[in-house]
Design a protein around this ligand. Structure first.
Ligand SMILES: [Zn+2]
Length: 276
């Protein structure tokens, strides 16, 4: 392969990240029959990504291939069906688990651990292999937040609890086979980050979320009696404008309307429980 479709970056021995419209990962392990097994974390957003993964499956001469997803959004699962049709096994961690819920499976000698990180979607999770956490859209790197200031969360309360759970994994001693300074975070988009920079992405996502909440509170004005209203069309547009969201994001207004409703629900929840 002179010039692979997907350029791999080896983060730790045998665990690679690749970047295209969305990020993905490949972990190599010893398969049962003495050959090599490949775990694919997410399968890209387009047909070229599928071809790129197929190239690596051939390059590694994989005797078995498994696929696991950070969440079921089509820009991360595009190749699932095509790869399954070619014999890949789809791993299915539980969906709808509470933030921080752990699940693990073993592929021969490779431990695959998942931490539930709902908020962006109910099934969002970190997929962790050898100290590398592929966390999908549960967290946003600073380079992405510069272009997209509002973290795309539909359930903001859960997203915050999920950020806590991810931060705990990145920073606490006992949770991984390597010290925190050597743990990697690969978000669904943006650069892979290690150690304190990885923890910094969690902090940056939390700060962006709080700033977006504040901006929405200002757009919606003081609360009145009765159930919290969802922001109307004009308020959603104004919110995206004041947070500097680009026209690219305005093209998926249906989605951002739902995000705005999620943030409004969090504002209402904080007012109800008296959180300042
Ligand atoms: Zn997503």
């Amino acid at each position: 392969m002179t010039r692979p479709i997907l350029a791999l970056t080896e983060l730790v021995p045998g665990v690679y990240a690749w970047r295209r419209a969305s990020n993905g990962g490949i972990a190599v392990y010893g398969a049962r029959d003495g050959g090599r097994g490949l775990l694919l974390v997410d399968t890209g957003a387009d047909d070229r990504a599928i071809e790129g993964l197929q190239e690596w499956i051939e390059h590694f001469d994989a005797a078995e291939v498994s696929v696991i997803n950070t969440h079921d959004h089509r820009d991360h699962t595009w190749g699932n069906a095509a790869l399954a049709a070619r014999g890949a096994r789809l791993l299915a961690p539980p969906a709808g688990a509470e933030p921080g819920h752990r699940w693990e499976t073993w592929l021969n000698g490779l431990q695959v651990e998942c931490i539930a990180l709902p908020g962006h979607s109910p099934d969002s999770r970190a997929v962790i292999v050898r100290g590398v956490a592929f966390a999908g859209d549960a967290v946003y790197t600073p380079d992405i937040l510069r272009r997209m200031a509002v973290p795309a969360f539909l359930d903001v309360e859960r997203a915050l609890a999920s950020l806590d759970a991810l931060e705990a994994w990145l920073t606490r001693g006992e949770a991984a086979p390597v010290p925190p300074s050597e743990r990697w975070l690969v978000a669904g988009h943006g650069q892979p980050l290690r150690g304190s920079e990885a923890a910094g992405a969690v902090a940056a996502t939390r700060a962006a979320l709080e700033a977006a909440l504040e901006a929405l509170a200002e757009v919606m004005g003081p609360p009145s009696y009765g159930p919290a209203p969802a922001p109307d069309e004009e308020q959603v547009l104004e919110w995206l404008r004041v947070t500097g969201m680009s026209a690219q994001h305005l093209s998926s207004m249906n989605f951002w309307r739902r995000v705005a409703a999620g943030y409004a629900a969090e504002l209402a929840r904080r007012r109800d429980v008296g959180v300042p």
